[in-house]
Design a protein around this ligand. Structure first.
Ligand SMILES: *Cc1c(COP(=O)(O)O)cnc(C)c1O
Length: 240
């Protein structure tokens, strides 16, 4: 995909996000765009950064770190601000340390043992990181906590102070890949209701973000309360 089309695609997606915000009575810029740059080389990310995009999502740690080490080096040399990187794909415990080298948020937290590892690595590094709880709401893959009760158990551990170096800032889900609008909306609604449960049972936790909505369903996700959409195909095209 040419440089020009990446910036044009970004502009078009932003316009559609604003339209959906307006349509659903949401404030302008209440929804952030996480540009998913998987499968694409450093050059594509640079084009997006030049077009003003400052938040990226990657689902493979190795690929993300290679790309963002190059990117950060390049931008630092030019004295430019570095974009934010979120890990959005399922994460093995042995990759946590590496992920923390570049990511400010891990959106794909789906089990207690992963939180234990994130806490342990952050404590060693003397830093904090944001996480989102990923909830399985019907997508074909089995990614995510299997049910709301499991999310609540993790939230309870946060509330007890088990993870002082980890900030539970939101929730994430992937809707099923189906045509039926009702099924998709139900998935987004489940994530919103999960946030309500967490907020009412653990009002001390800063769980606010709803990361939901992808290329095919982000307008619907915004209508259902999404605060962050993760978009790949309509910005970068298919695998480069
Ligand atoms: C690839 C990916 C997206 C974006 O997918 P598109 O539908 O192509 O925009 C969002 N979330 C996750 C976890 C992904 O892996």
């Amino acid at each position: 995909m040419s440089d020009q089309s990446i910036s044009e695609n970004l502009a078009s997606v932003m316009a559609q996000i604003h339209e959906a915000e307006k349509k659903s009575g949401r404030a302008e810029n209440s929804v952030r765009l996480c540009a998913v740059s998987k499968f694409h080389p450093l050059e594509s990310v640079v084009q997006a950064v030049n077009a003003g995009q400052m938040l990226f999502g990657e689902n493979r740690v190795q690929e993300a770190c290679e790309k963002f080490s190059g990117l950060n080096e390049m931008l630092s040399a030019e004295g430019k601000r570095l974009p934010e990187l979120h890990i959005i794909g399922s994460l093995q415990s042995n990759k946590v340390r590496k992920a923390l080298g570049y990511a400010s948020c891990i959106q794909s937290v789906d089990r207690e043992s992963l939180l234990v590892e994130i806490e342990s690595q952050c404590a060693k590094l003397g830093r904090t990181v944001q996480v989102y709880f990923e909830l399985h709401t019907g997508e074909e893959s089995k990614a995510g906590y299997p049910c709301v009760d499991e999310v609540l158990k993790s939230a309870e551990n946060f509330s007890r102070g088990a993870y002082p170096h980890v900030v539970p800032a939101g929730l994430m889900t992937m809707a099923p890949f189906v045509d039926d609008e009702k099924t998709i909306r139900k998935s987004f609604e489940s994530l919103r209701m999960c946030r309500e449960r967490v907020n009412s049972e653990f009002p001390d936790l800063p769980v606010k973000e709803l990361s939901m909505g992808m290329s095919g369903d982000f307008r619907m996700a915004i209508e259902e309360g999404s605060t962050m959409v993760r978009i790949f195909t309509v910005i970068f095209g298919h695998r480069s």
